[in-house]
Ligand binder design. Structure first.
Ligand code: GSH
Length: 272
């Protein structure tokens, strides 16, 4: 989607970089990660998905699907996390996170696209099956509010799968895992070449995918068949920007009672 015209016009007067985000959202985390890597100051608007703070006219007026993240830069609203990465890269090209030869540039685009395309059918479906659906039930009032505000058929269908006593099925989970395995088969091979997803440089592709690995680990996804992906991920986790944008923010999330705020954790409130 990229740049949109918000119906909530209050954000048009915002100055600087302002981010609507959620502590444990992998989509929001990739944007926080790029902001940290570029050392850009930003203002936080935390949306607690557990408290359904996204299901409001005010927030749907900023993000038409009612999801996080949404970026506002000097009154310009940008949605879709991977579009936000590219938008920030264009606005603030130094330091550069597309620093690979021209013939490898399309690969960065491929991995950004893949990250966006797989979110709903694979990443989000897997996490909802494993954790979220049980922990984020909507009350009848929240269901009604959501149905009024949500205009996107895909989102309505997705959330319809865990409403009214229904839940995601094993088939949903199997299909998600199969899509993820196809992506990680390719990533495993790509990383073998140069240590990063695209070539020998840390790029937007790594920034987009690494917080998703954190989320999938917390859902119990099996990375055993992907040793290159595991060692690439461990390397990225050591980056100060990742610690700040992903690990520290995850600690600020709401937890299921008694759960230790470390990652991965089996019963954490994961918000995807
Ligand atoms: N394609 C969107 C997906 C955003 C998305 O689904 N975000 C999740 C958190 S990771 C969310 O807001 N979930 C709340 C909901 O589905 O209502 C993006 O990349 O920005």
């Amino acid at each position: 989607m990229g740049i949109i015209t918000p119906t909530n016009t209050s954000v048009l007067s915002f100055k600087g970089i302002q981010l609507y985000h959620t502590a444990r959202s992998n989509c929001a985390a990739r944007v926080r990660l790029l902001l940290e890597e570029k050392e850009l100051p930003w203002t936080s608007h935390h949306i607690d998905l557990g408290k359904k703070e996204n299901i409001s006219e005010e927030y749907f007026g900023i993000n038409p699907k009612g999801v996080v993240p949404s970026l506002v830069l000097d009154g310009e609203v940008v949605v879709e996390s991977n579009d936000i990465l590219q938008y920030l890269e264009d606005k603030y090209p130094v330091p550069c996170f597309r620093d690979v030869p021209d013939d490898l540039q399309p690969e960065i685009d491929y991995w950004l696209q893949e990250s966006g395309d797989l979110h709903l059918p694979a990443i989000k479906t897997f996490q909802y099956y494993k954790i979220n659906a049980a922990l984020l039930p909507k009350t009848a009032e929240e269901e009604e509010r959501y149905a009024k505000l949500q205009k996107d058929p895909e989102m309505l269908a997705f959330h319809g799968k865990h409403s009214g006593g229904k839940s995601f099925t094993e088939e949903d989970a199997d299909s998600a895992v199969s899509l993820l395995n196809q992506a990680f088969d390719k990533m495993e091979e790509a990383i073998a070449d140069g240590g990063f997803i695209v070539g020998r440089q840390y790029t937007l592709a790594d920034i987009s995918w690494s917080p998703t690995i954190t989320t999938l680990i917390s859902g119990g996804f099996d990375f055993g068949p992907y040793p290159n992906v595991e060692s690439w991920y461990e390397k990225i986790v050591q980056r100060p920007a990742f610690q700040e944008a992903v690990i520290e923010w995850r600690k600020k999330a709401t937890y299921a009672a008694g759960v230790d705020p470390t990652i991965p954790g089996p019963a954490e409130v994961e918000q995807s």
